[in-house]
Design a protein around this ligand. Structure first.
Ligand SMILES: Cc1cc2nc3c(=O)[nH]c(=O)nc-3n(C[C@H](O)[C@H](O)[C@H](O)COP(=O)(O)OP(=O)(O)OC[C@H]3O[C@@H](n4cnc5c(N)ncnc54)[C@H](O)[C@@H]3O)c2cc1C
Length: 390
């Protein structure tokens, strides 16, 4: 097995690092945990777009770079390593662009893909509902065809960044009488449409990250149906495999991990207690090893995508392992720092840049979003190990 990236990919990695070093030197951002999802910075996103780094895998005819999933992996790995603020484009780049490419009409592709690449449109994901999270096929939001429009009524919840983005990628029921997996469809909804209300929900860090989205007689042009009516379930399940397996599942907290290593090394030089504590040493070594395992699981999925092989239980394995790694990391750091771990960056006494507490508070969500660990274990058992479903 060849574990090397190509020379071109290594050159690309260096180019990204140079760009990010320049951004840091200019004070354009500060490395933060979970910045891929939590930190919304449209100006930073625009600068990435100007370099052609949004929609990297989309074909050139639609404004992309026509590169592969492994190239995107290199890009995302570096963005995460630097804790760069990517909340303005991550979902759009990761899955909405590829979904529209796979299922959109020619008009939708010509309209939206170039705008995605130029960071002129951005999407929130309107999947989960109060009664439909793990059991996503139970969505109740209805889209009823009325002439050349669908009339949409219902409620979405946990919709990340809907208060910032221009559009919603919506999953809605189009045939209430069909079996639940067979009557749902996907739509592009302009979030400025009359009848859309976005209400923020505070997350445990106190941040306004996700929302409730209410859709009240929202008129959506029939041309905004993505793919085939009532085929939404098939479409969404393959999209979830993209969603689950990215580097963000492993490296969202990388700035904290990096700060921890530097802290330990600094204190080792000075012969401080932390460095000679064998329990701490053991824990950090364990985290290092786990990080590498997680990286290999994610590389494998990107490698499969690069070869046109659709990942399945492999994505579930990668997401499960990687997000549980991130939780072990924040648990370990908080335990090691004691009360100091609670201090935020505003305190001059806060170790590790004050990143520990917010990363710790955000971490339970990592094993919920994009499929809970219980659901992923079921996927691995059934699709990977072939165990019976009942
Ligand atoms: C930070 C964050 C961001 C999010 N962003 C978005 C977004 O942008 N768009 C969006 O649509 N959604 C988003 N979500 C929602 C997320 O996808 C759901 O939280 C997730 O699918 C779980 O659904 P639920 O919250 O309804 O939990 P439930 O499905 O109610 O599950 C509750 C518990 O029961 C367990 N459980 C449920 N069913 C089973 C089963 N069959 N077997 C075993 N255990 C089971 C679960 O594992 C879980 O522990 C986000 C969530 C978080 C935390």
């Amino acid at each position: 097995m060849d574990f090397q990236f190509t020379e071109e990919q290594e050159r690309f990695r260096k180019e990204i690092q140079q760009f990010l070093d320049g951004e840091l030197a200019a004070g354009n951002f500060k490395p933060q945990c979970d910045a891929w999802i939590e930190i919304y910075d449209p100006e930073f996103t625009k600068r990435l777009a100007q370099r052609g780094w949004i929609g990297l895998t989309l074909p050139r005819e639609y404004g992309g770079q026509g590169l592969g999933p492994l190239d995107r992996l290199v890009l995302t790995e570096e963005l995460l390593r630097y804790g760069a603020p990517c909340g303005a484009h991550w979902f759009t780049d990761r899955q909405v662009g590829p979904c529209l490419l796979a299922y959109g009409t020619e008009e939708q592709k010509s309209e939206y893909l170039p705008k995605i690449c130029k960071a002129e449109v951005s999407f929130a994901l309107g999947l989960s509902e109060p009664e439909a999270g793990s059991d996503l096929a139970s969505v109740k939001t209805q889209a009823q065809l009325d002439g050349d429009h669908y009339i949409v009524n219902g409620q979405k919840v946990w919709t990340s960044a809907a208060h910032h983005q221009s559009h919603l990628y919506l999953l809605a029921r189009t045939d209430p009488d069909a079996p639940k997996h067979k009557g749902i469809s996907e739509f592009i909804v302009d979030l400025k449409s009359p009848g859309v209300t976005v209400r923020p929900i505070l997350d445990p860090t106190g941040g306004e990250h996700f929302n409730e989205v209410f859709l009240d007689n929202v008129r959506v042009p029939a041309t905004n149906l993505v793919g085939i009516e009532n085929n939404g379930w098939k479409q969404i399940t393959s999209q979830l495999d993209y969603e689950r397996s990215g580097m963000e599942r492993l490296m969202g907290n990388y700035p904290l991990f990096d700060a921890l290593r530097k802290y330990v090394h600094r204190n080792t030089d000075r012969g401080k207690a932390l460095s000679i504590d064998p329990v701490a040493r053991y824990k950090i070594a364990e985290l290092e090893a786990s990080f590498e395992v997680g990286r290999m699981l994610i590389y494998r999925v990107a490698w499969m995508l690069d070869r046109g092989i659709l990942p399945n239980y492999e994505s579930a394995m990668a997401k499960l392992y990687a997000t549980e790694f991130q939780q072990r990391l924040t648990d370990t750091v908080i335990a090691m720092l004691g009360s100091y771990g609670d201090l935020t960056s505003e305190s001059k006494y806060a170790p590790l840049g004050g990143m520990a507490v917010s990363a710790y508070l955000f971490s339970p969500g990592l094993t919920l979003m994009a499929g809970t660990s219980e659901i992923l274990r079921t996927v691995i058992a059934q699709r990977g190990l072939g165990l019976p479903s009942k």
